[in-house]
Design a protein around this ligand. Structure first.
Ligand code: AMP
Ligand code: GLY
Length: 427
C-alpha cells in the first residue's frame, strides 16, 4: 500500500505521521515533503503547485491514494487531474475548492443558501470600493482579496484612511497580484472566533474537535496576520448548543448546497466561524486541513486516517467510525524572527530529541532542512510543538516545556498563551 502526500509543511508532517500509524502500514511518499517528513516518508523534489509534475510523479510511484493537503494545488484542480489519470484522492475537486479559491464565490454561495455570514459587496473598481466604504461609514471595515493570499489578504481597517490605503495597495499597487484584482468589502463581525474542521464525503459530515487559531504574530493578538501561530483544542465556548446551531444553520446547508450545485465536497472542510450576539456566522471557508490546526487535531484522532480517506472517497462516511480522544491539545508555532515579513534562515536547531522524548509531545517540522548533521531553519514557520494532556492546563504547560528545550537563533513564538488560551485554561 503506497500513499503520496502532496505538500511540505507542518500540516503535511502531521498528516504523514497520522497515516504512518495506520494498521495497513502504508509506504508513504511526499512531494515535496520536508526534512521532518523525510524521517517517515520518501520525499520527491516536485512542487505541490506543479500539477502536471504531481500527476507524472503519481504515475511513477503508482500510489493507491494521493492525499492533496495544501490549498493551492486543490484550487488549481490537482484532484481533478489526478482522478482523470486514474488515481484515487483525498481532497475536493476544483469546483468545490472554489469556496476557498474565491471569496466572491464563497460569499455569493452563502447568500444563495441563506448561510449566515457578514453582509458584503464585491468590487473590481478601487474608486467605487472607497466610495462604498465612505458612504457606509462603518468602521472597522473588512477588506478582502477575492483570491488566495497566504492568509494575509484580509485587512481590518479602523478608519477611512486605513481603508483607502488598503484598497489602494491591493487594487492599484498589486500587493497580492491577480488575487486582489477583485475585492470583497464586508461588515465587521464582533464576537469570539472558533474553527471547526470536518471530514465529509459530500453527504455526511464528521466534525473534528473545535479549535481556535492565534493568527497574529505577536503577544496580545498584536502585529501582522500570519498563517497561524498556535492552536488550542477543544474550546470551551463551543458548547453542545452552539455545535447544534452551527450544524443546522451552517455545516449541513454548506455540504448540501455544494452538492446541489454539482460541487460535492470530498475531503476536509474548514469552517472559520464568529460566534456573535446574533448567532454563529461564517468568516471564511477553507477547502483543506488548517495549518497548524492539523498539527493540533490529528494527534487526538483515535481511528485510522486511512480508513477515513477510503470512506470519504467511497461515500461511506456515515458507516465509518471517526473518533477523537477527549483529551486536550495545544500547539505552539516556533517561527523565524521577522516572520511573516523578512526573516533569515539557515540557523542550526538544537534540543529536538529532548523535546520529542516527552510523552504526549509531537514536534512537527514546518520549515526545516537537513544540515550540519541535524536540522537547520528553512522557513518562516519552523516547527510546530503540540502537546496532549488530560486537561487544558497540562497540555499548554507541556507544550511550553517542550518548546523550552528547543533552540535556534532568532526564534520567535507567542509567549502570552493568548486571551483565547486564557479561556481555554478555564476548561
Ligand atoms: P480570513 O482569511 O477570512 O479568515 O480572515 C483572517 C482573519 O481576519 C479572521 O480569522 C478574523 O480574525 C478576521 N476577519 C475576517 N473577516 C472578518 C469579519 N468580517 N469581521 C471580523 N473579523 C474578520
Ligand atoms: N491556520 C489557518 C489556516 O490554515 O488557514
Amino acid at each position: 500500500m503506497k500513499i503520496l502526500v502532496i505538500g511540505g509543511g507542518g500540516r503535511e508532517h502531521a498528516i504523514v505521521a497520522a497515516l504512518k500509524k495506520s494498521a495497513e502500514n502504508p509506504e508513504i511518499h511526499a512531494a515535496p515533503g520536508n526534512a521532518g517528513i523525510a524521517l517517515l516518508a520518501s520525499c520527491h523534489a516536485v512542487k505541490a503547485t506543479d500539477v502536471g509534475a504531481v500527476v507524472a510523479l503519481a504515475g511513477e510511484i503508482k500510489p493507491e491514494w494521493v492525499f492533496v493537503a495544501p490549498d493551492d494545488p486543490l484550487i488549481l484542480g490537482a484532484v481533478d487531474a489526478l482522478n482523470a489519470a486514474g488515481f484515487k484522492t483525498f481532497g475536493p475537486r476544483k469546483s468545490a475548492a472554489a469556496i476557498e479559491g474565491s471569496k466572491k464565490f464563497s460569499k455569493n454561495f452563502m447568500s444563495r443558501h441563506n448561510i449566515p455570514t457578514a453582509a458584503y459587496e464585491t468590487f473590481t473598481d478601487a474608486d467605487k470600493a472607497v466610495g462604498y466604504i465612505k458612504a457606509a461609514g462603518a468602521f472597522p471595515a473588512v477588506i478582502k482579496c477575492d483570491g488566495p493570499a497566504l492568509g494575509k489578504g484580509v485587512i481590518i481597517a479602523q478608519n477611512l484612511a486605513e481603508a483607502e490605503e488598503a484598497v489602494d495597495s491591493i487594487m492599484r499597487g498589486g500587493k497580492f497580484g491577480e488575487s486582489g484584482r477583485e475585492i470583497v468589502v464586508e461588515e465587521y463581525l464582533d464576537g469570539v472566533e472558533v474553527t471547526v474542521l470536518a471530514f465529509t464525503d459530500g453527504e455526511t459530515l464528521r466534525a473534528l474537535p473545535a479549535c481556535t487559531d492565534h493568527k497574529r504574530a505577536f503577544d496580545g493578538d498584536k502585529g501582522p496576520n500570519t498563517g497561524g501561530m498556535g492552536v488550542i483544542a477543544p474550546v470551551p465556548y463551543y458548547t453542545d448548543d452552539v455545535a447544534a446551531e452551527c450544524t443546522e444553520n451552517i455545516f449541513i446547508p454548506t455540504i448540501r448546497g455544494l452538492a446541489s450545485e454539482g460541487r460535492a465536497f470530498k475531503g476536509c472542510i474548514y469552517f472559520g466561524l464568529m460566534l456573535t450576539a446574533s448567532g454563529a456566522k461564517v468568516v471564511e471557508y477553507n477547502c483543506r486541513f488548517g495549518d497548524p490546526e492539523a498539527q493540533t487535531l490529528l494527534p487526538l484522532l483515535e481511528t485510522d486516517l486511512l480508513d477515513i480517506t477510503r470512506a470519504v472517497w467511497e461515500g461511506r462516511l456515515s458507516e465509518t467510525d471517526v473518533r477523537f480522544s477527549p483529551r486536550k491539545a495545544a500547539c505552539v508555532v516556533m517561527a523565524s524572527g521577522g516572520y511573516p515579513e523578512k526573516y533569515e534562515t539557515g540557523f542550526g536547531i538544537t534540543g529536538l530529541d529532548e523535546a520529542e522524548k516527552m510523552s504526549g509531545v509531537y514536534v512537527f517540522h514546518a520549515g526545516t532542512r537537513s544540515g550540519g548533521g541535524g536540522f537547520v531553519t528553512a522557513g518562516g514557520r519552523v516547527l510546530c510543538v503540540t502537546a496532549v494532556g488530560d486537561d487544558a492546563e497540562t497540555a499548554l504547560n507541556k507544550a511550553y516545556d517542550a518548546l523550552g528545550k528547543i533552540d535556534f537563533s532568532n526564534k520567535h513564538y507567542r509567549r502570552d498563551r493568548g486571551k483565547k488560551a486564557a479561556l481555554f485554561r478555564t476548561l
